[in-house]
Ligand binder design. Sequence first.
Ligand code: OKP
Ligand code: ZN
Length: 338
Amino acid sequence: MRHFSDPAQARHAPLRELHNGGWMDYAECPSRLEAMLAKLGPGEPARDFGLDPILAVHDPAYVAFLREAHALWRAAGREGDAMGYVFPVVGRRPLDLDRIDAKIGAFSMDASTPIAADTWAAAYGGAQSALTALDAVLAGDRAAMALCRPPGHHCGADYMGGYCYLNNAAIAARAAQARGLRRIAILDVDYHHGNGTQDIFYGDGEVLFASIHADPKTDFPFYWGHADEQGEGEGAGATLNLPLPQGTDWTGYAPALATALEAVRAHGADLLIVSYGADTFAEDPISHFRLAREDYTAMGAAIAALDLPTLVVMEGGYAVNALGANVSAFLDGIERGT
Ligand code: OKP
Ligand code: ZN
């Protein structure tokens, strides 16, 4: 399977994140991309499809903010990474405030998503990787992989969060629709619920969002991913959340995967986009499922049995030493099928 990335993706390097009231090293680190490339080989470079496919998902004011945020931070005399500390959970509206601290909170859902000097370049490169891999699938490849980093599934049309700035899976889905595919399924198998992707397509009946993730009662992002969230309006029934308890291993995971795959089948999708996270791995440092490497091959094979054109977009996975092998095991399953 061909895979795609952009060198700029390695330049996003926040120093630290707030974790349980203290600072820890930033888990979503540049070596994640290096580890995947070391195992899979260099792959192919992303092509540049420009801003339009990004603006088909994201609000122009949010995109403008992402591009200028770090410069504004520096201009305010600050060091290090831009981080917010006031969040308008009530009455958020486009006030067009100048101060960086006011802008950043209005475009954030959490305080674990710092903006460093090259964050925009990396996020932009990742989105282009997704679009390039999509192009390979639309040109006839049965499956292709975008080694996106930073990940995308927590950010929405006008907010960042959970290490995510641009929603790569959503950008690819909208680009596929612009090229004539109507019905699309997004299967999110990252450990964390893809709240941003869900939000973007919540009222859209053409894009199914099906997600298997740690129960948000115990895990980030807490407020979304509960089983009763099923879509609204024309999107009613086109969101499927399958939360699972901490400690879940393949025995508990496989039935949920079968349920999600059945929903993808029933949706009648022309294209499958997989938001793949390797943070369901037993040894992941910030997550609490117990999948083993060979489970990713089984997962890939079960997905391949859908027999749909498949775009795989990288999300999380923080056991860096195991990351390349885990991604490779998953891609082997997709290639081999059942
Ligand atoms: C991104 B992806 C802990 C704060 C919260 C955010 C987790 C984002 C996961 N330091 N951590 O879904 O893998
Ligand atoms: Zn995750």
